[in-house]
Design a binder for this molecule. Sequence first.
Ligand code: AMP
Length: 122
Amino acid sequence: MAYDPDNIFAKILRGEIPCDKVYEDDHVLAFNDINPLAPSHVLVIPKEAYVSMDDFTQNAPDAAISALFRAVGQIARDLGLAGAGYRILANTGEEGGQEVPHLHIHIFGGRPLGPMLSKGAG
Ligand code: AMP
């Protein structure tokens, strides 16, 4: 799938629409999900244009991959989630349920999350 520069997260990165920012560094932006599914629900995205986890893990340089995952851990600690625990999720592609075609890692926490999150039955 080609990267769509008009996707909503690309617009957030360009400052064309606002976000509720929780973290930013040279490689990464993180913001609260507009429709939270847990008391803490943050989306962590690379600043570079990657459609999905598949695209990112094939094409991103090691420094970008390292930066994204280190940021996820740092944000979870900053949110106070590391002690009680949290969940990360990257919906990938059509069958993975990905809605926005710019790689994003969800961080969920702040309550017991159960064995899995489910929007629909498996
Ligand atoms: P996914 O289904 O994994 O692609 O997740 C997309 C997520 O983006 C959903 O949880 C949406 O609630 C969230 N979302 C969509 N638009 C925005 C926005 N403008 N700001 C923050 N989160 C958004």
